[in-house]
Write a protein that binds this ligand. Structure first.
Ligand code: PLP
Length: 354
């Protein structure tokens, strides 16, 4: 397929082929994770992440296997009794459901895709507030103005953001959250099988206070290893290497984000007169910069998929409840600008048919 707009696993940066070759030749994948060679790679990669993504120096980064694992780690290590989860789509809801297996008192607060979450009616004694920064299933985002409001109104709570489809695309104000995590097969443009968790000093203190150490992936245990630039088990060395090489060669996140925003303006602007395919939500502020979601009649979506297939476009299927009447389009940095121009032309042609 020539064009891949699938929102995860998604288009991999083409230069990754070269980096893989380099990883083989360097021998790093055959070295153990307590070796100096690995220490150096891991420590350099964390520094690069901080400088390219503008992460505050005092935040710490750990490497795990998936965003799903982060759901479990957060439940185990950062929550003693309960958390409150705010969601308007499938991923946020899953996070809540996973947390509930460990903490049955954790609360789910569903909100409408056309609105911000409501901060009025949730139980205030919870320890952690959980938000899906970018809801990959429906292309909505938690606006920064809302994140500021949450931080201001609840300065004592831990605030966690699932940023799986926005980290490495959005320029965050990291201080607005205590725990941010993402797996690398979405916005990072890398192969699946690794995730990053970025954690504030406040969250680290809280984890130490809770003192949970019962699991191979207890945060305190992972962190103890990470402080020595080691991992708690043999990690995905290949992916750490690829991430390292990639970060050396990409622009700073603020330039990357600006480019994604420009493409978003172009995308929705060019399609503003479309009748068959319309944005799922209409509030500019709630529309994600990294995942676009268009809605249409079931038959229209079906036809679009067939035509896309013929013309070598991989589009994202609708997800969960939105499976049959939406399509999703990744706006991830690994996808070249020209592909959006080609995609827009394709969608305009589709609009004009019959
Ligand atoms: C893809 C995705 C996940 C799950 O990621 P895995 O790496 O498969 O665990 C979780 N949350 C969001 C928002 C996602 O987009």
């Amino acid at each position: 397929m020539k064009y891949n707009f699938y929102p995860g696993p998604s288009k991999i940066y083409p230069q990754v082929a070269r980096y893989f070759q380099e990883a083989m030749e360097s021998g790093i994948m055959e070295r153990n994770h307590r070796s100096t060679a690995f220490h150096n790679l891991f420590s350099a990669t964390k520094s690069l992440l901080k400088s390219k993504l503008n992460v505050p120096l005092e935040y710490e980064i750990i490497v795990v296997s998936s965003a799903t694992e982060c759901w479990e780690i957060i439940s185990q290590s950062f929550i003693q009794a309960s958390s409150s989860h705010f969601f308007n789509g499938a991923f946020g809801k899953k996070w809540w459901k996973y947390t509930q297996k460990i903490h049955h008192k954790s609360k789910g607060n569903e909100f409408d895709v056309r609105e911000n979450p409501s901060l009025q009616s949730f139980e205030k004694e919870v320890e952690l507030l959980a938000f899906t920064h970018n809801e990959t299933s429906n292309g909505t985002v938690i606006p920064q103005s809302f994140q500021e409001k949450v931080r201001n109104e609840f300065p004592e709570k831990l605030i966690a953001y699932d940023a799986t489809s926005s980290m490495a695309g959005y320029e965050f104000d990291w201080n607005l959250g205590d725990i941010w995590y993402a797996s690398v097969q979405k916005c990072f443009g890398l192969p699946a099988g690794m995730a990053l968790m970025v954690v504030s000093p406040k969250a680290i203190d809280r984890a130490i206070e809770i003192g949970e150490n019962m699991h191979y992936n207890s945060f305190n245990f992972i962190r103890k290893n990470a402080l020595n630039h080691e991992t708690h088990h043999t990690p995905n060395i290949a992916n750490i290497f690829l991430l390292n090489r990639l970060l050396q060669n990409v622009e700073n996140i603020s330039a990357i984000h600006r480019n994604l925003q420009k493409r978003k303006v172009m995308f929705y602007g060019e399609l503003k007169n479309a009748k068959k395919l319309i944005p799922l939500v209409h509030s500019e502020e709630l529309l994600s910069d990294t995942v676009f979601c268009l809605k249409g009649e079931k038959e229209v979506i079906e036809k679009l998929k067939q035509m896309a297939e013929k013309e070598s476009f991989i589009l994202g299927n609708g997800y969960g409840d939105l499976k049959d009447d939406t399509i999703r389009i990744a706006n991830f940095p690994a996808i070249p600008n020209q592909h959006y121009i080609d995609l827009i032309n394709f969608l305009i042609r589709f609009e004009k048919m019959n």
